[in-house]
Write a new protein. Structure first.
Length: 378
């Protein structure tokens, strides 16, 4: 029987998949993809087949793509519900259908839930109630630099020093201890303060359109290729070993995981609230384009350029500095601790070949699409 519409094909795919006829289902999905690669339902159906075939990593990639396309579908809530159900199926393979969680997205409160859910949000935004701006950022995306800059502006360095044994005048050898204290202050003091709660209330009121008070919002992002490589290099350096896994082995292992539930430094930078709510950013700021300039832009746009002199030395904050010279391909080379003696890694290009470029692109599709990073752009 000749199919007359995409809906007919989708129904047929569902029937074949439920009957265990994966080959027929896959063939029909290929037919659908030739027609339309922007249909979230197609990716969901493909994910179902991948799950049935015990290809969890493939299913996660397909579901990530479906999540990007959800807002464009005729019923975004139903699409998100289906995505969450399938993710639950992957993480709980022996669960019965009646054990599935009831996923009922509430769009009007999705943003608030995102702010308070540590499982989905590694770092809550920094809120300045005087200049009326919110800064969103992610782990291994200059978060230490940004937070230091922010707390200096609010003259909160002294309370942070009290949480550490660091003096204002000590050198960079104690920077790590200070930074740990700073992040502890951010999590346990700043986010719990009345100052933060009040600014959060004001900001959310503005986000939902209940206030004429103008707030600016900025999100810092990082090139996914560079960010993942930076995590790898930092992890290997902290293990203090001359032998370890290669970058290819690292990426391959990571590609099989649910990236929404792993270590926060390797989670996607894009979060569902960005497509499911009316939230939009005044600017998306790419740290590789110059973080100092971005920080000055925030002050200038919010009318606080008088504090423009506040800056952070990135060399003391970010380990992943690269030598400009070309070297042989390092993707399959065991970590060599001695090459980092001067805090300089081989250049980024030396760690990637075409296969690794494709793998990382498939792992973080939302980051590439939402923040305008191109495939292969290093």
């Amino acid at each position: 029987m000749k199919m007359k519409s995409a809906r007919d094909i989708i129904l047929a795919v569902t029937r074949f998949a439920n009957d265990g006829n994966l080959e027929q289902a896959s063939n029909l999905i290929n037919t659908l993809w030739e027609r339309d690669k922007t249909n979230a339902e197609i990716y969901i159906l493909s994910a179902k087949i991948a799950i049935t075939a015990d290809l969890a990593a493939n299913a996660h990639t397909l579901l990530n793509k479906a999540e990007i396309l959800a807002p464009q579908s005729s019923d975004p809530k139903a699409v998100i519900t289906a995505i969450e159900d399938l993710r639950y199926t992957i993480s709980h393979p022996n669960a019965r259908k009646e054990d599935y969680p009831s996923v009922q997205p509430t769009y009007e409160s999705d943003y608030e839930a995102w702010l308070r859910d540590d499982a989905s949000l590694p770092i809550r935004p920094l809120l300045d109630g005087e200049a009326n701006y919110a800064v969103f950022f992610n782990p291994h995306c200059a978060n230490t630099t940004i937070a230091n800059w922010y707390f200096k502006r609010l003259n909160l360095i002294d309370p942070i020093l009290l949480l550490s044994n660091v003096s204002k005048h000590e050198n960079s050898s104690v920077i790590s201890e200070y930074n740990s204290a700073m992040h502890k202050f951010r999590r346990t003091v700043y986010y719990e303060s009345e100052y933060y709660r009040e600014n959060e209330r004001r900001y959310l009121t503005y986000v939902h359109g209940y206030s004429d008070e103008r707030w600016y919002s900025y999100k810092f992002v990082r090139n996914p290729y560079r960010r993942l490589l930076g995590v790898y290099l930092l992890h290997m350096r902290e293990n203090d070993t001359s032998y370890g896994v290669t970058f290819r082995e690292f990426v391959s292992a990571l590609s099989k995981e649910n990236l929404l539930k792993i270590d926060m430094h390797m989670r996607p930078q894009f979060y569902s609230f960005e497509s499911l709510t009316k939230q939009s950013f005044s600017r998306v700021l790419k740290i590789e384009e110059g973080i100092d300039n971005h920080l000055r832009t925030i002050l200038r746009e919010t009318g606080h350029a008088k504090n423009d002199e506040i800056s952070i030395d990135l060399e003391t904050r970010n380990f992943t500095q690269y030598n400009p010279s070309s070297v042989r391909c390092m993707a399959d080379t065991n970590f060599l601790g001695e090459i980092f003696a001067e805090r300089k890694a081989p250049n980024v290009q030396s760690f990637y070949d075409d296969h690794l470029l494709e793998m990382v692109f498939e792992m973080y599709p939302n980051d590439f699409a939402a923040y305008n990073y191109r495939f292969g752009q290093l």
